[in-house]
Design a protein around this ligand. Structure first.
Ligand code: ZN
Ligand code: FE
Ligand code: FE
Ligand code: ZN
Length: 261
């Protein structure tokens, strides 16, 4: 039985559909367990600089939480978890810790979407790839992912090789970075997400790719599944393929996921 722990909602400004529509889609996909993990407000920026097309506002956060609770009551046949996808921004750890402590999330997905303020996975900022060395981008990205894992803020590291999203990649796959990342995840005690959104972008490959997934399995890092659905029809997409992959690599899938394994 698979669970989909990475669902967005229209509150983030770049996803479609009501939460009820995601629940209906989950049932149609045969899932018994789901977790909403919409983007946490952009806590590290002053309110006027937060992009309403990237994350919900602080004012919307209580409504997001309340709606998950309502949906739970209305759908007793499904297990519905309250997750959140939080950005890792170095230097802002204490601020994030305080914010997360104000709410009782079932789990927190940790994401690196920014390298020094550059939204490297944002289609509007893809031009920046032409101005940097790809090997350096990868080094910076995996450094941040490891810092995030060690911050003790997150339960699951989301889409651990998101940096490949647009298909830019080093001439030689950085096996050393993957090895260090997997070892760090193990040491930090975080889980890694197998995120099928990679299949829907230029990378055309699940996050993490085969080499990083093999390293994670070698280091016995437990895995969770997520579609990163930004539309109801994406709920559960690719999860069967992903769980077969885990089986083939001898990895361990965790379900249910909770705060601080
Ligand atoms: Zn999103
Ligand atoms: Fe993300
Ligand atoms: Fe996401
Ligand atoms: Zn994500």
């Amino acid at each position: 039985m698979t669970a989909d722990y990475h669902l967005h909602t229209s509150r983030c400004g770049h996803a479609m559909g009501t939460m009820q529509e995601y629940v209906t889609a989950a049932r149609a996909a045969g899932l018994r367990e789901i977790g909403f993990a919409d983007h946490l407000p952009m806590y590290w920026l002053p309110p006027e600089q937060r992009d309403p097309g990237l994350a919900m506002t602080m004012e919307e956060l209580p409504g997001y939480i309340a709606e998950v609770q309502t949906l739970r009551e209305q759908n007793p046949d499904l297990i519905i978890r309250l997750g959140i996808e939080a950005d890792y921004i170095p230097g802002r750890e204490a601020q994030l810790r305080d914010l997360l402590a104000s709410y009782s999330f079932d789990y927190v997905l940790g994401s690196v979407h920014f390298i020094d303020g550059w939204g490297f996975d944002n289609p509007a900022q893809v031009e920046e790839y032409n101005h940097r060395e790809i090997d350096e981008i990868y080094r910076d990205y995996f450094d941040l992912v490891q810092q995030a894992a060690l911050s003790d803020l997150f339960d699951v590291m989301a889409h651990p090789d998101l940096v490949k999203k647009f298909g830019f990649c080093p001439a030689v796959e950085p096996a050393g970075l993957y090895e260090a990342t997997a070892a760090t995840f193990r040491r930090a005690g975080v889980l890694a997400e197998l995120n099928t959104a990679g299949l829907r972008v230029s990378a055309r490959e699940i996050y993490p790719g085969p080499l990083l997934l093999a390293a994670l399995c070698r280091h016995s890092v437990p895995l969770v599944l997520g579609s990163d659905a930004h539309a109801p029809q994406q709920v559960g997409a690719g999860l069967n393929q992903a769980s077969k992959l885990v089986q083939a690599k001898g990895g361990k899938l965790i379900c249910p996921v909770r705060r601080k394994y």
